[in-house]
Design a protein around this ligand. Structure first.
Ligand SMILES: NC(=O)c1ccc[n+]([C@@H]2O[C@H](COP(=O)([O-])OP(=O)(O)OC[C@H]3O[C@@H](n4cnc5c(N)ncnc54)[C@H](OP(=O)(O)O)[C@@H]3O)[C@@H](O)[C@H]2O)c1
Length: 332
């Protein structure tokens, strides 16, 4: 077992996930991009250790994360073996295409059960804490998908059931089915949410609250847009810089429509309150207590150090929130 800081629980806030007994750290870490690719296991280990030392107890995966797909779970498994399993919340998902044929995609019981078995093998775990259906399936009856989540919980392969990318009414239906049938409660929804992607404010957050479902916001930094990363040009080692020509056109398009100028203005507010842009973007999401946690990504330990501080930051004042809204309205 690796040695971890005895102070690791001193500064992070832990927030209750919906009406469940589960608490998640205000900041959680995902292993989708940057961390699960072949060849970067040492960085992944360093980042996960640093995160855990700072109170990040929750690591999020999916069957298809990493390059090649599945690699994030393999890498995570080799790292988790040296970490205290009972102090950790590990999640995985199935719902996007994972293997050929009709049983390796979407939301059938056949796919979800088989995929979780594969994920557990890849990670070398007996169970995950949260298992998600990764995206809505327009064809499979919702009660089959939710019934599969219930089965998985009853089998002890996951402790909590979750859905991801379910919005508004559909989230309510899914949570209602679980409760009406006496199935494992739907504990958490994982939607995209950031200063520049506010779809869930329309109805999903309200439905989550009514249904007692927690919310973990993915891509809270819009994959690096809501940080300093792109404010002095396109860095070659950034997520977009690594995409070559398509990253370059992505960057120029946003320069033309004034996005970077808007982010610089937001950074001005962050600086006035003694935060970095990334920290303020996370603090802004956590202003809403219907959101349990922000699910960040990181490509290096310095980003973890910076982002961790949002886990116990001073809340935004109403004036600061109004000033941020005014800039976001201009960016829109
Ligand atoms: N359920 C779903 O459908 C779904 C979809 C997408 C993601 N997710 C989950 O959400 C997690 C996070 O997604 P994400 O990685 O896009 O999240 P993000 O936190 O919005 O972006 C993370 C990226 O931003 C950059 N960054 C982070 N902190 C920074 C800082 N302080 N300063 C400068 N740059 C910084 C890094 O990119 P560089 O590489 O440029 O350094 C980092 O990899 C995933 O790992 C996954 O678990 C779920």
């Amino acid at each position: 077992m690796a040695g971890f800081s005895p102070d690791r629980y001193d500064s992070m806030n832990y927030r209750r996930c919906g009406r469940s007994g589960l608490k998640l750290p205000a900041v959680s870490l995902g292993l989708w991009q940057s961390l699960g690719d072949t060849g970067n296991e040492a960085t992944c280990r360093e980042v996960m250790y640093r995160a855990f030392d700072g109170g990040i107890t929750h690591f999020d995966l999916a069957n298809n994360y990493g390059n090649p797909g599945g690699n994030s779970e393999l890498v995570a498994g080799r790292i988790l073996v040296d970490m205290p399993r009972d102090e950790l919340i590990i999640s995985t998902k199935a719902g996007y295409g994972m293997w050929p044929g009709p049983y390796g995609d979407f939301g059938s019981k056949k796919y979800l059960v088989a995929s979780l078995d594969q994920s557990l093998l890849r990670m070398g775990l007996d169970y995950v804490d949260i298992f998600y259906h990764h995206r809505p399936d327009p064809d499979t009856p919702l009660d089959e998908t939710m019934g599969a989540l219930d089965l998985i919980v009853k089998q002890g392969k996951a402790l909590y059931a979750g859905v991801s990318n379910y919005q508004g009414e559909l989230l309510g239906e899914a949570a209602g089915l679980m409760s009406d049938r006496g199935w494992a409660p739907l504990t958490i929804n994982q939607p995209s949410y950031s200063m520049i992607n506010r779809r869930i404010e329309r109805d999903t957050l309200a439905v989550a609250e009514e249904s007692g479902v927690g919310v973990i916001a993915f891509c809270p930094l819009s994959s690096g847009v809501l940080t300093d990363r792109y404010l002095d040009g396109l860095p070659a080692d950034s997520r977009q810089g690594l995409r070559g020509d398509s990253g370059q056109s992505w960057y120029e398009e946003r320069e033309k429509n004034g996005l970077w100028d808007g982010i610089r203005k937001l950074r001005g507010i962050a600086q006035e309150r003694g935060q970095t842009m990334a920290q303020m973007a996370l603090t802004w999401i956590l202003r809403d207590d219907r959101v349990t946690s922000v699910l960040i990504g990181a490509s290096r330990v310095e980003q973890i150090d910076e982002n961790l501080a949002a886990g116990n930051a001073t809340p935004l004042t109403s004036d600061e929130i109004d000033n941020i809204e005014a800039i976001l309205a201009e960016i829109d």
